[in-house]
Ligand binder design. Structure first.
Ligand code: ACO
Length: 433
């Protein structure tokens, strides 16, 4: 794990004949950060960092990643320990509150989440407005945004208890809404949440149970889903979380802030990758075709990338991918499912990890490389894969939103730009152009 003992407390920026001293901020773990806030005032220049590859946008105590060492900590706890010993709902509590709950605290939290899972009946008419073939991520984005219409006028964001209840409502309702979106797409009636079930099992029932017969759910299905939810629960300032924070920084309604996070998650470079991985594996079809897929991914002209490979932060094996890989074998084994796509995935991973192109660029499988195979084995349709991610990441989004609302340094997010358009010019009438 990298440390923060560089010994640097400040750096000096030589700008023309001026030396500007910039303070260095030290995190608990990880690389120190140069505070560049005074650069524009002192030099007349802005700083440029496309895609924020080198810039911290906030201070946060929620999640730590060491991408070179392949380390992921939620509130200081290694992801491997949480994956083995905890549950998604306990992890959600941890992310939100900073500490693992006592028995009493967990019971209260679980009770609150369980008793906020219902959605207003008016949602059924919203759902009815979507075409049956609408993508569930499109529906989820719209439905979550519309939650703001139920919780807006009376919502006092200055009140910590109301903020906490907003977070609980979101963690509770997103699975209900997500399952309803799916059922709309296949023409099934909505299944109401059952309070006698635990969070993940309740979701699987809402998703899969038909009214005519009870659902026989394998314990490995609930275990695997809970693990995937834990692994996807947070990942510090990724694109969707940064989106939630950016919208949240304006003081906007939290439900639309989270809806914006869902929209950002949908892209194939982010949460949409799990759907893209399965489509890619199906296209490759057989282990014999892996070599040509690798060659195509290395050819920049092709525009093809290996989906589920590479990560902005991990330059080592994504620790979540290792856990999902293990669970994939367990799920397929226990459910007695044999999936030829798993053979393609393993061959692809093996070939890429030995290929100079991928080795040099430190491109390893990410969390989404194997997750789609588990979802497929559990009978979850491909279009729902990113929705699964969104359910889990809601815990992270609301935790970041809560943290941001309490942050005395929170300002409206407003990046600058390098303008590359025309210089000042005069309007020319249409007859003279
Ligand atoms: N296949 C082939 N080449 C790749 C891949 C890939 N999956 N990913 C990166 N590269 C190459 C790039 O072409 C580039 O090569 P170059 O240096 O010769 O130009 C180099 O590796 C660096 O790539 P960047 O795009 O600069 O890396 P960046 O950090 O911006 O992107 C990203 C990370 C978006 C995840 C990228 O690796 C990617 O597109 N992966 C596939 C999509 C994916 O799996 N996304 C899920 C991410 S995890 C998550 O959101 C949960």
């Amino acid at each position: 794990m990298s440390d923060n003992k560089t010994g640097l407390d400040q750096v000096t920026l030589a700008a023309g004949d001026k030396n500007i001293v910039l303070p260095v901020l030290h995190p608990t773990l990880g690389a120190p950060c140069i505070d560049i806030a005074k650069v524009p005032k002192e030099t007349g220049c802005f700083t440029y960092d496309a895609g924020f590859t080198a810039t911290a946008s906030c201070k946060s105590a929620i999640t730590y990643i060491d991408g070179d060492a392949g380390v992921l900590l939620y509130r200081g706890y290694p992801i491997e320990q949480l994956a083995e010993k905890s549950s998604f709902l306990e992890v959600a509590y941890l992310l939100m509150n900073g500490e693992l709950p006592t028995t009493g605290e967990f019971e209260k939290f679980e009770h609150e989440v369980t008793h906020h899972t219902m959605m207003h009946e008016a949602f059924k008419s919203f759902l009815g407005g979507f075409r049956h073939d609408a993508h569930p991520m499109a529906m989820l984005t719209g439905m979550l945004g519309s939650l703001a219409s139920f919780y807006h006028n009376d919502l006092d964001l200055e009140d910590p208890e109301q903020r906490r209840m907003t977070a609980i409502r979101l963690i509770a309702k997103v699975p209900t809404i997500a399952a309803a979106c799916y059922r709309h797409s296949i023409g099934w009636p909505i299944r109401y949440p059952r309070n006698n079930l635990e969070y993940t099992t309740r979701f699987l029932h809402m998703l899969k149970e038909v009214p005519s017969e009870p659902l026989e759910l394998s314990p490995v299905a609930a275990k695997a889903m809970d693990l995937l939810f834990i692994l996807h629960a947070d990942h510090e300032q990724n694109a969707s979380t940064s989106t939630v924070r950016l919208v949240g920084s304006t003081g906007a309604n939290p439900y639309v802030s989270v809806a914006a996070g869902v929209a950002a998650l949908w892209g194939p470079a982010h949460g949409g990758a799990n759907e893209a991985v399965l489509k890619m594996l199906a296209e490759i079809g057989r282990p014999e075709n892996v070599k040509s897929a690798i060659d195509k991914a290395k050819d920049k002209e092709s525009g093809f990338r290996l989906m589920g490979f590479g990560h902005r932060v991990y330059k080592n094996y994504d620790p979540r991918a290792a856990l999902v890989r293990k669970m994939t074998h367990e799920v397929l084994g226990q459910l007695g499912v044999s999936d030829p796509l798993l053979d393609v995935a393993m061959k692809l991973e093996e070939a890429a990890l030995q290929d100079e192109y991928f080795v040099q660029r430190k491109l390893y499988p990410n969390v989404d490389f194997y997750s789609g195979i588990i979802y497929k084995a559990l009978g979850i349709p491909v279009e729902m894969f990113t929705v699964m991610f969104a359910i889990a990441r809601t815990a992270g989004w609301v935790s970041h939103w809560l943290e941001q609302q309490e942050d005395p340094e929170n300002k409206i997010g407003r990046p600058r730009q390098i303008y590359t358009g025309s210089a000042n010019r005069d309007y020319v009438g249409i007859d003279k152009r």
